[in-house]
Design a protein around this ligand. Sequence first.
Ligand SMILES: *Cc1c(COP(=O)(O)O)cnc(C)c1O
Length: 364
Amino acid sequence: MTSFPPHLVREDLRDFTGYSSARTSHRGAPARVWLNANEAASASAVDAPGALRRYPDPQPAPLVGALAGLYGVPTEQVVVGRGSDEAIELLVRALCRPGADGIVVAPPTFGMYAVSARLHGVPVHQVPQIDHGTRFAVDAAEVARTTENTSSRLVFLASPGNPTGATVPATETARLAGALADTAVVVLDEAYQEFADGPSALALLPDHPNLVVLRTLSKAHALAGARVGVAIGHPDLVGVLRRVQAPYPVPEPVARLALAALEPGVLAGTRSRVAATLAGRDRLRDVLAGTDLVRTAYEGQGNFVLVRSDDPDELLARLARTGIIVRDMRHLPGLADAVRITVGTAAELAELATALHPETPRNR
Ligand SMILES: *Cc1c(COP(=O)(O)O)cnc(C)c1O
């Protein structure tokens, strides 16, 4: 594997070793008696087996191994944290000097990139996606130009994107990462990849040391509440991300649960859930096609559909009257009339259909 350009890491952090926790600093002779972390001597009443008495492994090896297996990459390319949200934060922290190095995003897009940058004092440069009427597209050539012109260190693209559902073709990701090889790290956030019909950017990693892929258990795996996500990238960069991370980012019960979620039987359930979601997305598009309250339903590849309405107030009010809440997107640039609707269960979709078509019988 080609090497990771060390100059992409913040200069003041290049030899930063991070917090040396009791768990990570023990080396040498086999240990029997652990008196190095100021842990309690006996278990809590709420933790009969005593599994929680000790601080957890910062990167629980069985979980990292299972995630690496799931995504088909070596374990040294994986850093696990509290959702992709933490991975985004780690990347900004490790690569961008506050008040100096910027990030580039392609709006309309996921808000956490700009939030992390802003909280870190990092400028955000925007390259709007191109609206082709029923689908959005990232302007990869303009993203490359803007990154170079602003000397940005980090590019965040989501594929499929939220809220547009647009994907970035692998050829464009490869070209962008190649163009910015010595300039910036290109992050492909694949939170919704399980719902997409194109390939993951993971296959591009061996040729592009400056590429990072984010994956999460929050969407297809139905574990948003557990907070488990990963950044996958060059081992040198992953090492840096681990060093700038909080000391014990993965709570022991979460590590145990996430590991169980990656067992074959559970993964089979995840695949059926994805299949049901894709069928639901088709059904949702049919429902939306039949109402005057929706002018455009975008061809997205996530577990949601972005729509434009001539009367978004009425669309939102009609749904809210029956207790159905969807996401108002009108605060985002270019989406002044848009709403995002998540694919729910068949029963929830039927309720949505009834709310949108009150005059038609349910079993048309
Ligand atoms: C939902 C979502 C995530 C998931 O974030 P987690 O912190 O892993 O729950 C990441 N990126 C995008 C674009 C999303 O929409």
